[in-house]
Ligand binder design. Structure first.
Ligand code: NAG
Ligand code: NAG
Ligand code: NAG
Ligand code: NAG
Length: 403
């Protein structure tokens, strides 16, 4: 508004006032429009100002947050993986917290509605462990917990192939076999196998748990794990076969860039000819149905999410150690009470002994990881889904975070 224009507006405004005061002339039509215009502009300026204050407040809140988490022995941006350090990323612990808070959902979180443990009908845990997610560490932790909390541990032998594509009859046999292994009143069973729904078999409903990891990091880890000498020796003991020299010298980056069948991540890819295929983390949650096989497809991911939501008590991750252990302790206390203490026990604690580390794994460039991530979109969708669920379970039991 120029100075002149403003002055003339003011004069007109005075006219209106005078007209009101003395009621000599009828209320002019144009002045009504003018008042309306002024009112609208005032509202607009106030709105802009409120908005600015709001965003300032948000900024300050973000700065304040980390201390809330450090009070819990957690920091907002400690999460590893490619999203680490990005404050506004909804897939981090901190980002999920911000999102839930800003949408008003944080106050409504209730452990009752995030607790699938209450549906179990026998003290049996199925840990259908996903390879390369640190499952050896969790298995070892449960063996130690078993002594403390009095429960039995059992696992499938190394020689047993990963359980995929079992038909319903095979699933029934496997589920019955697992139940027959139980001797103590509480029992944990560990095997690399896809999720199976035991409801149709009229067996006690178990407690399902699992661990996940960044999908691309997991694939890289698998690639180098199968090339370690110790794994090759164990495989030789089972199969009597030893891979040739080319196999051991293969380099992951070349494998991806030359579109080697082992490192091909095309949409809808099947694995029938490649039993050692471990591209799909979601497979272990989706199950044995053919819909679970095509790589990175929405159908498989949807089914995996449904199973997690309906049946899994906890899907944790070593990327969030403290959150995972806290959630396990609180949602499955019969087995996991005292986990944090045991894990961080001085000297003997697993926190100080990394299981199954692979010194043979070289560093893979960000460029290669970016190329891969572009093809793992659905796998990431599932991975983040599980992470957010874990975080919600965690916030639900930490009521003092709700303010
Ligand atoms: C996890 O908890 C332990 C033990 O309370 C603590 O020492 C550690 O700093 C915590 N880790 C993170 C990443 O917050
Ligand atoms: C979840 O349910 C189990 C079994 O009913 C119970 O022991 C545990 O305390 C519950 N946890 C939470 C956080 O509600
Ligand atoms: C080594 O094994 C790979 C498959 O792992 C095969 O493609 C290749 O032809 C073999 N090379 C030799 C020299 O046998
Ligand atoms: C990613 O998917 C596209 C389309 O399916 C394919 O052309 C490309 O080769 C894939 N990249 C890798 C690394 O497999």
């Amino acid at each position: 508004m120029s100075l002149n224009a403003e002055r003339s507006y003011k004069m007109k405004l005075r006219d209106v006032e005078n007209a009101f005061k003395y009621r000599r002339i009828p209320y002019p039509k144009r002045s009504v429009e003018l008042i309306a215009l002024l009112a609208i502009s005032c509202t607009f300026f106030l709105f802009m100002h409120t908005n600015k204050l709001n965003s300032r407040l948000k900024e300050m809140e973000v700065k304040l947050q980390p201390s809330e988490f450090s009070a819990l022995g957690l920091t907002g941006n400690h999460i590893s993986g490619h999203d680490a350090g990005k404050h506004d990323d909804i897939n981090t612990l901190h980002g999920t917290y911000q999102y839930l808070k800003s949408t008003g959902q944080l106050w409504r979180l209730n452990p009752k509605f995030l607790n699938n443990t209450k549906f179990h009908t026998g003290d049996v845990i199925y840990y259908n462990r996903v390879p390369k997610t640190g499952s050896e560490t969790l298995t070892e932790l449960m063996i130690r917990l078993g002594e403390k909390n009095h429960f039995q541990n059992d696992r499938a032998p190394f020689s047993k192939p990963v359980g995929v594509y079992w038909d319903v009859e095979r699933q029934r046999q496997e589920a019955e076999r697992i139940m027959e292994l139980q001797e103590d009143s509480a029992f944990v069973y560990v095997e690399h196998m896809n999720y199976m729904n035991v409801r149709p078999f009229h067996l006690p409903q178990p407690i399902y748990i699992n661990m996940i990891r960044d999908p691309v990091e997991r694939v890289i880890s698998w690639f180098y794990y199968i090339r370690t000498p110790w794994n090759s020796v164990r495989n030789f003991e089972v199969s009597g076969k030893f891979p040739n020299r080319t196999h051991f010298l293969k380099n992951f980056e070349d494998c991806v860039l030359t579109s080697d069948p082992e490192c091909r991540y095309h949409y809808g890819l099947m694995f029938k000819d490649d039993p050692g295929d471990h591209k799909r983390q979601s497979l272990f949650f989706c199950g044995h149905s053919p819909i679970c096989e095509p790589f990175n497809t929405p159908g498989a991911i949807e089914k995996a999410k449904q199973n997690v939501e309906r049946d899994f008590s906890v899907v944790g991750s070593w990327e969030d150690v403290n959150v995972t252990l806290t959630v396990l302790e609180n949602y499955i206390p019969r087995f996991f009470k005292g986990s944090m203490e045991l894990y961080y026990e001085p000297i003997r604690g697993l926190a100080f002994k990394k299981q199954n580390l692979n010194p043979w794994k070289p560093k893979i460039s960000e460029r290669i990881k970016r190329i891969m991530r572009a093809n793992f979109t659905q796998e990431y969708d599932f991975y983040y889904f599980c992470k957010q669920r874990l975080y919600r379970q965690y916030f639900a039991i930490n009521r003092h975070l709700h303010f």
